[in-house]
Design a protein around this ligand. Structure first.
Ligand code: FES
Length: 194
């Protein structure tokens, strides 16, 4: 057993919410990733055992979705959208700039273990802020080289918390009809993954 009692209890609770244990695979894998930061094979086998499924059923789900990590990621995870709206507004240049700044290609981790980054052809749902990327579950939009550099510097100074999901670091702004002022990094972010 490699999972914490809390995670095992979460998986068993999830199992009871669905008529078929296969429906509990995805939230169970999230629970594991929140605890460990990635999905070791032993942990996936433990999920299968808890759900009463074959290990291959759990592995099939984990390998299908790119947002489940099958290898240990860096402290911070960056996902760059290169789908249509972002592509039309410079996503290729965004990805090229990030690759140059981090010194490693998409799908890999920086030598110091600080960042894992990858581009995705799946729309992340932030088209209105294109070009955009997701950093540790938060949207960063209207990207420019200068804004990317500022974001990377800010994020590198933050601790990583894989259990911070749904996002908890950015509180909801108070209800107001006055838009927040722009920051030094550019326009304020309009959304967050969830
Ligand atoms: S195309 Fe990039 S967020 Fe939709």
């Amino acid at each position: 057993m490699m999972l914490a009692a809390r995670t095992r209890a979460e998986i068993e609770h999830t199992r009871r919410r669905y008529p078929h244990p296969r429906s509990a695979i995805m939230p169970s894998l999230w629970a594991v990733q929140h605890e460990l930061g990635w999905l070791p094979p032993e942990a996936m086998a433990e999920v299968a055992e808890l759900l009463g499924l074959a290990p291959s059923e759990v592995q099939a789900v984990a390998t299908f979705y790119s947002m489940y990590f099958k290898r240990p990621p860096g402290r911070h995870h960056i996902l760059v959208c290169v789908n249509a709206a972002c592509a039309l507004r410079g996503a290729d240049e965004t990805a090229a700039h990030i690759e140059q700044r981090l010194g490693c290609p998409s799908g890999t981790t920086t030598a110091d273990g600080m960042f894992t980054w990858e581009s995705t052809i799946e729309c992340l749902g932030g088209c209105g802020g294109a070009p955009m990327m997701q950093v540790d579950h938060h949207f960063e939009e209207h990207l420019t080289p200068e804004r990317i550099d500022a974001i990377l510097a800010r994020v590198a100074a933050q601790p990583a918390d894989h259990r911070d999901w749904p996002p908890a670091r950015v509180p909801n702004p108070p209800a107001s009809t006055t838009p927040p002022p722009p920051t030094a990094e550019g326009p304020p972010s309009a959304g967050a993954a969830g």
